[in-house]
Design a binder for this molecule. Structure first.
Ligand code: FAD
Ligand code: NA
Length: 390
């Protein structure tokens, strides 16, 4: 098969580019290393229970971008799911994000919004001047008692590092709501794909001009759509890890990864909510997901449930890269890779994008918006450019 465009990676960034290019009449080959498409948004039914489990961690769709909302609705409808999270701390369960309910439960008080605001402001005033680390930054935002109860242990587990040894820049804000509203997201639109992520993601590339090749690593030689064969011949949109594309010449970029321990339990409801965070540092997992609660509208078994405990750590080679660590060294390396990205684009018609290609955490709606922008602004240029012979 001939191709006008090769897309590397079938996450939401790659799928959006492929879908839009095919709709413009281009023949697109999508190469995907894994044995399924969809990137980290992929989900599957747990075979014993039929409960949909998000394989790479819970994925909640939310956006305030009207174009993205219209676009995704071409491929799936969404349920009216509204995400809410609770935190287990010292044997008590509190609502998150920190809100008036959390504050009044924690301080055993009945404060109104203005009083609660004053209390938190007084406690936050402990830090005068520039916060020297994440702990000081958090205290400067919400005060020490709330920080110690809800942020310290969870953050230490997420980073496997004491918050006094993490840079203040890791957090820019810690939302506190002075109402009892505990909706997790503030976006205009929110929901879960009615018949699941797999159906949504598969429909995006259900097009005669799109050929998806699974279990095909672009960076491994010896197949018709490898970097060595394609580079300089066919334009490429690459959404894999940027450091790996360049064989780590400037060193590896740091990522955090997650480990998931999944169990089927012989009860109809284990925790009564989709997500409970665990704020204490003597509990090793960061949270427990119970997937039945993402789809209360579905006819799931009433005597069994699927729970997943989540653990966070720094990624080693071979682990799934989930969240950029973004140390000063990472940022220096990224700048060096960006120079190579520019050259690769001009010389060989390779554009980089997505979470891994840009070393940036992107929510699904951000990945889609960014892919639509690439199609709007750069696709013609990428296709029209003739690779100069060196
Ligand atoms: P990915 O989905 O990572 O897709 C990249 C694809 O490229 C992968 O399939 C990979 O196998 C493939 N690939 C890489 N290298 C190669 C190669 N050399 N050859 C071939 N294929 C290759 N977003 C939300 O909106 N809400 C959420 O609740 C949410 N939760 C998340 C939880 C976690 C743990 C993570 C990691 C992300 C979460 N996201 C969430 C973000 C969401 O997963 C991203 O928006 C989405 O993954 C971005 O898509 P992408 O295409 O950039 O990357
Ligand atoms: Na998530």
């Amino acid at each position: 098969m001939r191709a006008d465009l090769v897309v590397v990676g079938s996450g939401l960034f790659g799928l959006t580019v492929a879908q839009q290019a095919a709709e413009r009449g281009l023949d697109v080959v999508v190469v995907e290393r894994r044995d399924h498409l969809g990137g980290n948004a992929w989900s599957e039914l747990e075979p014993e229970t039929g409960i949909e489990v998000h394989r790479y961690g819970a994925h909640l769709f939310h956006t305030s971008n009207e174009r993205v909302w219209r676009y995704v609705n071409r491929f799936t409808s969404f349920t009216d799911y509204r995400h809410r999270v609770w935190s287990v701390r010292a044997g008590e369960v509190y609502p998150l994000p920190i809100n008036l309910g959390t504050i009044n439960q924690f301080f055993r008080s009945a404060l109104g919004p203005a009083e609660a605001r004053d209390l938190v402001a007084r406690q936050a005033a402990e830090i005068a001047g520039e916060p020297a680390n994440l702990e000081e930054k958090a205290i400067s935002l919400i005060g020490r008692p709330l920080y110690e109860a809800f942020v310290r242990g969870y953050t230490a587990k997420q980073w496997q590092t004491d918050p006094t040894r993490l840079p203040a820049s890791v957090i820019s804000r810690l939302p506190v709501r002075y109402t009892y509203d505990n909706r997790y997201f503030n976006d205009t639109w929110e929901g879960l794909p009615t018949d699941g992520y797999a159906a949504w993601l598969t429909r995006m590339v259900d097009h005669p001009r799109i050929d998806v090749r699974l279990e095909t690593d672009f960076l491994e030689a010896g197949h018709p759509f490898s970097r060595d064969t394609v580079r300089g011949q066919v334009p490429v949109v690459y959404t894999g890890p940027v450091d790996r594309y360049f064989d780590h010449v400037h060193g590896a970029l740091g990522w955090r990864t997650l480990d998931f321990a999944q169990e089927v339990l012989p009860v109809g409801d284990f925790q009564g909510a989709p997500v409970l965070n665990y704020a204490d540092d003597d509990v090793p997992h960061t949270r427990i997901l119970e997937f039945r609660h993402f789809h209360p509208e579905r006819d799931y078994p009433t005597d069994r449930t699927v729970v997943v405990r989540e653990y966070s750590r720094f990624a080693e080679p071979g682990d799934e890269p989930y969240y950029p660590v973004n140390t000063p060294t990472d940022r220096e390396r990224l700048a060096a890779y960006r120079t190579m990205v520019e050259a690769e684009r001009t010389r060989h018609q390779v554009a980089f994008g997505g979470r891994l290609g840009s070393y940036q955490y992107l929510d699904m709606h951000m990945a889609i918006a960014s892919a639509l922008r690439l199609v709007d602004n750069d696709l013609d240029d990428l296709l029209g450019r003739v690779a100069p012979r060196l």
